[in-house]
Design a binder for this molecule. Structure first.
Ligand SMILES: C[S@@+](CC[C@H](N)C(=O)[O-])C[C@H]1O[C@@H](n2cnc3c(N)ncnc32)[C@H](O)[C@@H]1O
Length: 289
């Protein structure tokens, strides 16, 4: 996740400094999509034994358990220049532009956005899968912050409320199978509700490899002890397809940029439920909800 975490401001793809994913991730991908693996890695032999290894998803959330404290420090000391100069304001304005009364911040982290919304008299509820981050958000003044993993939200194991005017996810959708989570969020929106996602800009983050797949964030530009995190890169069409499959239609797309940077700092997607648009959702997609 080079732009949001490891760099002051996103530069050109050549300088974003990706490191290759671990071998075990290649093995995982092979098991999920053997045909593609043969194309990309012709020397990798088919896996026949059923090897038990942690999924990138579980490693991803586990990395937040490890990185929670340095992350809180990084956010609260303004270490990430692109956030200070561009992306914090971008998502805040996108949310305020919808004039919501109740907002759910999905993957809220230490809660900066909850506090920014509360200061503007918006009822803000947070949810995150890391206990340290949830506790930090509560301690900083946000009383309604739930502890739940995305898997638990998909399975509706934790009640995080419903009838939200808006659900936002700021650099918080880092895993591969986002469609079930987005569909679960769709069900929590009030009529007329919207989903606002800010994420890495696919063009900026691609670093010359523009195809969906797991990558690795090493947090190399950060002070302190960080654990590498797998994250899932997705192309623009992959994002739009995921929204579509989860019952959303794109209402707006922004590419927040800083005048001194030649590349966008993020991709910002605003989506509405199909039923809001007055257009009936195609039959084939209804199963995703
Ligand atoms: C890059 S941080 C962003 C936090 C916050 N949205 C912000 O803007 O600072 C990603 C957040 O997603 C959360 N997260 C990642 N995977 C998760 C999962 N599977 N379940 C719940 N939370 C998850 C992490 O705990 C972390 O707080």
């Amino acid at each position: 996740m080079p732009n949001d975490c490891a760099q002051p401001l996103a530069r050109s793809p050549r300088t974003t400094g990706f490191t290759p994913v671990f071998d075990w991730m290649q093995v995982k991908r092979h098991r999920q999509d053997p045909f593609r693996q043969y194309l990309s890695y012709p020397s990798l032999q088919p896996i026949t034994a059923d090897i038990e290894m942690p999924s990138p998803e579980s490693t991803l959330l586990q990395s937040w358990h490890h990185n929670a404290k340095p992350w809180i420090e990084a956010i609260r000391t303004g270490t990430i220049e692109s956030r200070l100069k561009v992306t914090d304001q971008a998502i805040l304005l996108a949310i305020l532009g919808r004039q919501p009364e109740r907002v759910l911040d999905l993957g809220c982290g230490e809660g900066w956005l909850l506090r920014a919304l509360a200061e503007r008299a918006i009822e803000a509820v947070g949810v995150d899968g890391d206990a340290t981050l949830v506790e930090a958000a509560r301690a900083a003044g946000s009383s309604r912050v739930h502890l739940a993993s995305y898997d638990e939200l998909v399975e509706a194991k934790v009640d995080i409320g419903s009838d939200y005017d808006l659900i936002c996810a700021n650099f918080a959708l880092l895993h591969q199978d986002i469609i079930p989570l987005l569909a679960a969020m769709n069900a929590l929106l009030a009529p007329g509700g919207a989903l606002v996602i800010q994420t890495l800009h696919p063009w900026t983050a691609a670093a010359g490899d523009y195809q969906d797949g797991w990558r690795e964030e090493t947090f190399a530009g950060f002070k302190g002890q960080w654990q590498s995190m797998p994250w899932y890169f997705r192309t623009l069409s992959s994002w739009l397809n995921a929204l579509d499959m989860a019952g959303f239609r794109l209402a707006a797309l922004q590419e927040p940029q800083h005048p001194q940077s030649p590349v966008p700092q993020s991709l910002l997607l605003v989506a509405e439920r199909w039923d809001v648009s007055g257009i009936e959702q195609p039959q084939a997609r209804r199963g995703a909800q």
